[in-house]
Design a binder for this molecule. Sequence first.
Ligand code: SF4
Length: 331
Amino acid sequence: MAAQTDTPEATRTKEAKRILLAAPRGFCAGVDRAIQIVELALKKYGSPVYVRHEIVHNRHVVEDLRRKGAIFIDELDEIPEDSDAPVIFSAHGVPKSVPADAHARNMFYLDATCPLVSKVHIEASRLHEAGREILLIGHAGHPEVIGTLGQLPPGTAALIQTVEDAAAFEPRTTSENLAFITQTTLSVDDTAEIVGTLQKRFPDIRAPVKEDICYATTNRQAAVKQMAASCDTVIIVGAPSSSNSNRLVEVAQRNGCENAILAESVRQIPWHLIEDATSIGLSAGASAPEMLVQEIIDTIGEKYETEIETITAAEENITFKLPRELRDTAA
Ligand code: SF4
C-alpha cells in the first residue's frame, strides 16, 4: 500500500493509478521470427545451435534461449572446427563477410536477419552498383549499422548520425549522385530533421523508394507520442542496448513527459516515480517480451488501485516467412 498522507481524500488520490498502455508495443514480426528460428533450429537439429551475437537485444530472451540449448558467440571462430551444429545470424543483420566466412568454413548457417533490414542491405548494394555515393543515417557501432555498412566495400558509405553531420557532409561526387538510406530503428522525428537538412543542401539526393524506418519502430513511437503528454511518468520496457527502446524514451520526453525511463524489468522500476504519478504510460521496445510488461502491470496493481486504458496508434498483423529449412518443423 502507498504511504498514508494527511487526509483520507489525499490517500485515495495517491492510491489510484491510471495506466496508459501503448498499442502496439513489444515484439515486432522481425524479432518474433528471429526467436522462432532459434527455437525451431533447436527442435530440428538438437542442441547446441550457435547464435552469433544476441539474437535480439533482450537479456530475458537470450537467457531463455540459452537454457533451451543455444550458445551465443561473438565470432564464428569460437565454434569448434569439428562441430556440425548450425549457426544463426541475428535479426540485426550481418556484414557480407560473415556468411562468406561461414561458407568458407563449411558451416551450415541460418539467417535470422529481419527482412526489413535485408531490404536496406539490398538497397545499399543496388545503389552502390549504380555508382551512387551513399549516406547511411544511423548510430555508429550499432550491429545493424555494422551489417549495412558491411554490404559495401569499406569506406564507401558515409555515416550520418546527427543534423550537424548532415550540415557538415562534403560529397566526393556531384550532389545528383547522392543517395541516403537509414537504420530501421531510428527516431522518426530526428531522422526527418536530418533528411530535411540533407535535402535542403542537396535537393536531388535520392531517398529510399519505401521508408527504411520500419513499421514497428514507427507505430511504437506514434503510440508513445500520443500518450506522453497525458502521463506523469512513462516506463519503456527494453534493454539499454536496444535502439528502438531508447528512442521510445526520447519520444516520451520530447512529447510532454520528462519522467520517461527505460527499465529492463519490474526490478528496475523507480517506485518513487510511480508513487508520485497519477497517470503512468507503459510501452515496450520491439525486442521486449509482453510478459515483462504484464509483470509491471501486476506489481503496480498489487500496490495501488489501477485503471488500464489502451492507447492504440495502429493495428499490426505483419508476419515474415521462416527460412525454407525450418518451414516443415514449424508446420
Ligand atoms: Fe525488423 Fe523493425 Fe523489428 Fe527491427 S524493429 S526486427 S527492422 S520489424
